[in-house]
Design a protein. Structure first.
Length: 381
């Protein structure tokens, strides 16, 4: 039987063994509630949370008191978008975002439209990039927030965030960025990039599911939000609810590991990604999405003309890949990201996302190539 090969790391990652080991004590002997202030069990839990807060802050170049723990990036996005809309609606109700954002952002924006928000969805070109002149013209005196993802989850396209932040701040607006796919894969420094609000999730960087964070700048400018969940005033009244101490500890450890391993893993994984792309392009008429754009090192979105992606994937019994975002995988539609990039319905439906990770080896890529090439040639896998 062929070995199973996982190339869907943008959907989720396995928990790193050292991350798991760091978490285990907080399920058993160190099980205290971090909000308990009257005994050592609570103190130990609180100390672990604050260590993790520092580890997250170090990964993104922020201060530890700018980090709020959540259940993941989707909650962070909801808290950021809805909390800012409610806090700044007296100034204006206009938000600028991108047509290729993750559904967590797009669906949140649709929700806010019911409460009077005016949303501008910026178009992208065939490389997944926005026109900065269109961004400039889209911001008005009623714009309170620009929400632009740092790296796209389906194509890996990285936006020029420093240039974007200069425009946004010149217009006296806040800049929010979904950095869920970027954190742990490329260097992310909120001060260097000029990001005011940032979201991330542990399970995208070898941490546990159910743990994430929201970064909120405290000065230059200071970001205000209205809490969207009440009950206890946890996390400085930003997000009530008993803290998931084991998950937070795992998130912190995952951030620490990512910062340490990123320089070498970036080069190794990019080389494997490039091998996958070049081999397929050399032997078959495939098209790599946004190949000329700055991308994450691990992500490749490849179109197979004349084939339907879902049929290819069904034949790849031992290869885990995806047609797009995991959150949208149950939807039988073509990717909204690829369609926004100008692809036809047929082209979008012929595209497969390959996303590599720490566990990916040269042998995995060679085996994956052999399986794919057999299918394209009409041979048994």
């Amino acid at each position: 039987m062929s070995k199973d090969i996982y190339l869907d790391f943008n959907a989720t990652t396995p928990v790193d063994p050292s991350v798991l080991q760091s978490m285990l004590p907080y399920f058993t002997e160190k099980f205290g509630n971090a909000a308990s202030k009257t005994h050592s069990y609570g103190w130990l839990a609180e100390e672990a949370v604050e260590i993790a807060r520092e580890q997250v802050a170090l990964l993104i170049g922020s201060e530890k008191n700018e980090i709020t723990f959540t259940s993941g990036a989707t909650e962070s996005i909801n808290l950021g978008l809805k909390g800012i809309f409610e806090a700044y609606s007296s100034k204006g109700k206009h938000i600028v975002t991108i047509a290729t954002e993750h559904k967590a952002v797009l669906d949140c924006c649709k929700h806010l439209e019911k409460y009077g928000a005016e949303i501008t969805y910026l178009p992208v070109d065939s490389e997944g990039q926005i026109d900065l002149n269109i961004l400039i013209s889209s911001i008005t005196d009623k714009t309170i927030l620009c929400c632009l993802m740092l790296a796209n989850n389906e194509t890996g396209v990285v936006l020029p965030m420093k240039e974007i932040s200069a425009i946004v701040h010149e217009k006296n607006c806040l800049l929010m960025s979904d950095a869920t796919q970027a954190c742990g894969k490329i260097e992310v420094d909120v001060n260097d990039l000029g990001i005011d609000v940032l979201t991330l999730s542990a399970h995208k960087m070898y941490g546990p599911k159910g743990a994430g964070a929201l970064y909120l700048r405290r000065r230059g400018p200071r970001v205000h939000i209205i809490a969207q969940q009440d009950g206890g005033g946890h996390e400085n009244n930003r997000r009530s609810g008993t803290l998931n101490v084991p998950g937070i500890v795992g998130l912190g450890k995952a951030c620490e590991l990512s910062k340490k391993l990123m320089p070498t893993e970036y080069l190794r994984i990019k080389a494997l990604r490039d091998k996958l792309e070049s081999s397929l392009q050399h032997n078959h008429k495939v098209s790599v999405r946004a190949q000329n754009s700055l991308r994450l090192p691990n992500t490749s979105n490849i179109s197979f003309p004349g084939f339907k992606a879902d049929r290819i994937i069904k034949k790849l019994n031992n290869l885990a890949v995806a047609t797009g975002s995991a959150c949208s995988s149950a939807l039988p539609e073509a990717s909204h990201v690829l369609k926004a990039m100008g692809m036809s319905e047929q082209e979008a439906l012929s595209s497969i996302r390959f996303s590599l990770g720490r566990n990916t080896s040269t042998e995995d890529i060679e085996s994956a190539l052999k399986m794919i090439e057999n299918i394209l040639a009409g041979k048994p896998v």
